[in-house]
Design a protein around this ligand. Sequence first.
Ligand SMILES: [Zn+2]
Length: 382
Amino acid sequence: MSWSSIIGQHRVKNILRRAITENKVAHAYLFWGMEGIGKDALALIFAKTLNCERRKADETEPCNVCRNCLQADKLEHPNIRLVFSLPTGKSADTRDDSPLAKLSDAQIEEIQEQLRLKSENPYYNLAINNARQIRISSIRDVKRGVSMSQSQAGHRFIIVFEADEMTTEAANAFLKTLEEPSQKITLILTTSRRDAIPQTILSRCQQVYCDPLSDEELSKALFRLSGMPEDEARLIAAFAQGSYTRAIEFSDEDMKRLREDVVELLRAALRRTRYRMGMMHIIERFIAEHDKKQFAYMLGLLLLWLRDVYVYSCTNDVLPVINRDQSETIAKFAAAFPNADYATVIRASEEAIGLVHKNIHPPLILIPLLLTCRRVFLGVED
Ligand SMILES: [Zn+2]
């Protein structure tokens, strides 16, 4: 991993690299911002760089070949301690207070596998079964490690992933660590829920806000990292709202296929006569074949589509259109309804998306929305 493998975050990268060159690395940081934007990745590259023996370019580029770099990439560097939620152990073994001592072999294997996935992709969110809390035993374990003499030269780090998962007890124990600033140790907490972290901890950290990723940064990353075709990457980026991990979730869905369904449904709903049968048939089929999550995506795609038609009808330009591979169809649609009140249908779509989360039966969301589309585009009440 190098700085360039982190998507976007230029502002934060500059802050951290400057701290390295100016030798002003803080004692404790909080990297906060929405999920899936690279907070853990930033923490890991920062710690790796400061432990590299042969830094290049302004002393801020790790060499990627020294022993320290290789250990850091594998998440096995003795100077970089990782703290994250662990499951509660069932074993009766109470000889040791170590958080791992009470876990079964299968649980330990699972944790190792999860860390391996994280080492391959720092954007990966650890998903360990029944691990919802960072307990005091984890913090004690880290403190014990810190108090032992250092086996390898370099800058020691403690990185707490999703620090909001610390129990109150753990947070208090951690606070004590923060109160004893040690020159050689830097703590980094990452969180997407800053409001769940005690104020006493927040006030002792240098808080670094990490920005959501832009649509362009996301679509370029999808293209570069997963070889996704550009038009599909653009569509998914528009959905991911700044989060790379969310974009990856969407890329498992066949968004283009879902979009075809949306356009087909809109066409059926906007037939001037005898539209009911066709529209109901598509709605029934869609609901039978898809789950609630996909239904929400479908409404999102409808919203994007309507926005695109609106943008095109205002500008006659395909550049701002997200569904650019469908620009011909969008241009035809815009030409067919030159005086439509787009604000009304766009608002109705946004409201419909809000209803999905209130567990309302999908047809009761879709039918009124499509009738609004009929009223707006065709000027008919029914
Ligand atoms: Zn190195």
